[in-house]
Design a binder for this molecule. Structure first.
Ligand code: PLP
Length: 434
């Protein structure tokens, strides 16, 4: 065993050497030091604001849907570790990857039949874009290489994904001019239950029609736009996109990295609309938050198109493609999800959040409160004071990570009613003090 470092030493070294997401170097705000996690609780190495445990309101960014240290997922990881934690995927294959791919095909919208296993969500979006561009090249239409999306989206931090993130106010403004220039429709009108806006639908149709010659694909997050602004829209617009893409010969990509595996109340958000994309990206909750893994699924038409081209292969192959350990845990996580009435759990959390967050609507500085599935959002009318909001939540015994003007939560599905109430109270406290 290496010598133990004290919490103080760890935090000093962290500040000196370790980058954190969207952080400066050296780091400014001290992160909380987590020692272990179990169920819905994160155990801190030393008490903060009098708390040595925090209820996790974030599911580690949508991923830990079953909570931490789950016996079933631990068993899957241990079992696979004893056989092999990794083996290259070129020229070799293995049961965990095959089982996982078959399962993803079985549970995803019917036309999606082929699975590319990637190592993170952003890479799965890169692969999706590569599939679409290569499809059109194979068909002798190399001009079709741009993407269309709507504003307010988020698709990851690598190059192609950044180019379809919201260009204003998003996290990638800095790169304007350096990124491929994509085509942006207005953000979808807000509200999952709002009546579809005909003028907006016409706007989508017009833009897709006008740019069809240069468009490889439309890529959107269905129903919930996550890190771009935590907003919800009517599934009707997904049907509009499907129709317009079919009419004009454009592929449709759904990025379900955040929404997949039940978070919105449907197993995949596309189901709210009853439409299937040509390509779909999955990640985040895929391994129940245990390991990094993502998947890009496509239809047989897309796969055939690519495989008939002058370069009849999909030219992509990460070193850790199909990692057996991650695939085994992912398969176990999906089994675990499907073995229970997950829809009922998501509904229960939705009711708890609606109830608990209602109080926030009357707070000064709060613009809107919205809840969909196991997602609760309080939007302020100002930029949140991160330090004050985080402190307020920690004082309530809850871990939250607000951004921009948003204080939000997407708890693990195993979160009990008392803890949902506690999380809601912490969101309200953060909204009051942030
Ligand atoms: C998180 C996210 C990504 C990026 O996934 P990473 O694993 O962080 O690379 C892409 N799209 C959406 C919708 C996401 O929420």
């Amino acid at each position: 065993m290496p010598e133990r470092l004290t919490p103080g030493e760890l935090l000093t070294l962290d500040r000196q050497h370790v980058w954190h997401p969207y952080g400066p170097m050296p780091g400014k705000a001290a992160p909380l030091l987590v020692e272990s996690a179990s169920g819905v609780r994160l155990r801190l190495a030393e008490p903060v604001e009098g708390q040595d445990e925090l209820v996790d309101g974030m599911s580690s960014w949508w991923s830990a849907v079953h909570g931490y240290n789950h016996p079933v997922l631990n068993d899957a990881a241990h079992g696979q570790l004893e056989r092999m934690s990794h083996v290259m995927f070129g020229g070799l294959t293995h049961e965990p990857a095959v089982r996982l791919a078959k399962r993803l095909v079985d549970i995803s919208p019917e036309p999606l039949q082929h699975v590319f296993l990637a190592d993170s969500g952003s890479v799965s979006v890169e692969v999706a874009v590569k599939m679409c561009l290569q499809y059109w090249r194979s068909l002798g239409k190399p001009r079709k290489q741009r993407l269309l999306t709507w504003r307010g989206g988020y698709h990851g931090d690598t190059w192609q994904p950044m180019s379809v993130c919201d260009p204003d106010g998003g996290m990638h403004e800095l790169w304007q001019g350096a990124l491929p220039r994509q085509i942006f429709a207005d953000a979808p009108p807000a509200g999952f239950d709002a009546a579809p806006d005909e003028a907006y639908a016409a706007h989508l149709r017009e833009l897709i029609g006008r740019h069809a010659e240069e468009l490889a694909a439309v890529i959107v997050e269905p129903v919930v736009q996550g890190a771009g602004g935590m907003s919800f829209h009517s599934p009707a617009y997904l049907r509009v996109l499907r129709e317009a893409c079919d009419e004009h010969g454009v592929l449709l990509v759904f990025d379900e990295i955040a929404t997949g595996f039940g978070r919105t109340g449907a197993l995949f958000a596309a189901e709210h609309a009853g439409v299937a994309p040509d390509v779909m990206c999955l990640g985040k909750a895929l391994t129940g938050g245990y390991l990094t893994l993502a998947a890009t699924l496509c239809t047989t038409a897309v796969a055939d198109g690519i495989s008939r081209g002058a370069l009849p292969v999909l030219a992509h192959g990460p070193t850790f493609m199909g990692n057996p350990l991650a695939a085994a845990v992912a398969d176990a996580s999906i089994s675990l999800l499907l073995s229970q009435d997950w829809g009922q759990e998501v509904k229960r959390i939705e009711a708890g959040l609606r109830n608990g967050l209602a109080a926030a609507a009357d707070l000064p500085g709060v613009r809107e409160v919205r809840v969909l599935g196991a997602i609760g959002v309080v939007q302020l009318d100002h930029e949140v004071d991160m330090a004050a909001a985080t402190r307020a939540a920690v004082r309530e015994g809850v871990w939250l990570r607000p951004f921009r003007d948003l204080i939000y939560t997407m708890p693990p599905y195993i979160t009990g009613d008392d803890d949902v109430a506690r999380i809601s109270a912490a969101v309200c406290a953060a909204a009051r003090e942030g």
